[in-house]
Design a protein around this ligand. Structure first.
Ligand code: A3P
Ligand code: MG
Ligand code: MG
Length: 382
């Protein structure tokens, strides 16, 4: 299909010297029919508590509890608590695949029982975080931020783990107070929209602790690639049109209020692509946006059905296309399979991408970039 050909275009040998193949990212190369993407099925759940400790259950799952009106009354004050009711996760601690691997290890008997002819301990071609795949999906349209993905093949499964780029690290460490407050406001919005129990009401007076997370683990397939990935989800709506997970999950987002058709078009072009990719991958059916007024209140709420987002952008020539994102992802996964063929958890291929360039890679043997922990290799080798 359309996604296969571009992988062959890169990496022409330069005057007799072998150059490693690269993968081009231009949207036009991936503009074809939407590839096969199996409806994601929830395979498991886990939670991270206020101390960032792992639990193999749904204790951190919260429930969608929106106000009745499109304009919240009384107003949501997203700035409330930023100075004194905010416990921030230590983002300097790079967790890699740690929590996801804990889930895999804890479910190894079941995963093995589902085993395939290849006798792999994990019956999936790829194990990764949803957020890493979101970045891959949006790559053909991204012009600001590059990425680095580390890949190891271990007992028949490719593990993909993000490495922070130097630019991203610098941005994180030098984030202005204004940007930090904006990030807080995104989390605060969740406090106004979610309750702790299915029939409860939100209590927005408490502490915002960004260590807490609820994650769904889903299984799906893109073309010929079987995927097992985990993603953090904001809440579930047991009373919605789709009561079963993962469709019952609702993604919450905040965004600056839109005042003109031009601003709305720009929002569709540059922001909605990320929202769509994040929710489409795990089969989250709805995104509820809170549009922020300058005073930090929520001016309006708007619901986007994930499966209908393509209709909103279809009329805009030069806008992103879901099929391009998915075809590129399929081609990228095929590229990983072609490059990473030695089964060795100590061998790491680093795939690097910067806007305006093709995806390239380097090969690393030895400690520096190894990301599969010894305990995991040990557990899954038994
Ligand atoms: P928004 O939803 O308003 O963007 P998520 O939306 O994925 O559930 O993330 C919740 C909030 O975490 C975001 O709110 C944002 O405030 C913060 N956040 C997520 N990713 C971030 C990033 N890369 N840098 C800074 N803040 C981020
Ligand atoms: Mg979230
Ligand atoms: Mg959110």
């Amino acid at each position: 299909g359309a996604a296969e050909a571009p992988a062959e275009l890169g990496g022409s040998p330069k005057r007799g010297r072998w150059a490693p193949p690269t993968l081009p990212t231009e949207p036009a190369l991936y503009d074809g029919p939407f590839p096969f993407y199996r409806r994601p099925a929830e395979e498991g759940r886990f939670s991270l508590d206020a101390q960032r400790c792992y639990h193999p259950d749904a204790r951190q799952l919260r429930y969608f509890a929106p106000p009745r009106a499109e304009r919240p009354e009384p107003a949501f004050d997203l700035r409330h608590g930023y100075r004194d009711l905010y416990v921030r996760r230590d983002e300097g601690r790079r967790e890699g695949l740690e929590h996801l691997l804990q889930w895999v290890a804890g479910n190894r008997d079941r995963l093995r029982a589902q085993g395939d002819a290849a006798g792999r301990p994990v019956n999936a071609d790829f194990v990764t975080w949803r957020g890493h795949l979101t970045k891959v999906l949006t790559t053909p349209y991204e012009s600001q931020e590059g990425w680095l993905l580390a890949v190891s093949l271990f007992r028949g499964t490719l593990y993909v783990s993000e490495v922070e780029t130097p630019a991203a690290r610098q941005q994180r460490e030098q984030r202005s107070d204004m940007l930090q407050e904006l990030a807080y406001m995104g989390y605060k919005f969740e406090r106004y929209m979610c309750a702790d129990t299915p029939d409860g009401s939100p209590d927005p007076t408490g502490v915002v602790n960004t260590n807490e997370a609820f994650c769904t683990v889903v299984r799906t397939r893109l073309g010929s690639h079987s995927l097992l990935f985990a993603g953090e989800v904001d809440c579930a709506d047991p009373r919605g049109a789709w009561p079963e997970p993962p469709a019952c999950y609702v993604e919450l987002k905040t965004c600056k209020e839109l005042h003109s058709p031009a601003q709305r078009r720009s929002f569709y072009r540059y922001k909605l692509i990320k929202w769509w990719a994040q929710s489409f991958l795990p089969g989250v059916s709805r995104i509820v946006a809170g549009f922020r007024a300058p005073d930090g209140s929520v001016a309006t709420l708007e619901t986007f059905e994930t499966m209908k987002i393509f209709q909103l952008i279809r009329g805009d020539r030069g806008c992103w296309k879901p099929a391009v994102c998915m075809n590129f992802c399929e081609a990228f996964l095929a590229f990983l399979k072609k490059v990473v063929t030695e089964d060795d958890p100590q061998l790491v291929h680093l795939f690097a991408w910067e806007p305006g360039r093709p995806v390239s890679y380097t090969r690393h043997q030895g400690a520096e970039h190894v990301f599969l922990p010894a305990w995991y290799v040990e557990t899954m080798s038994g």
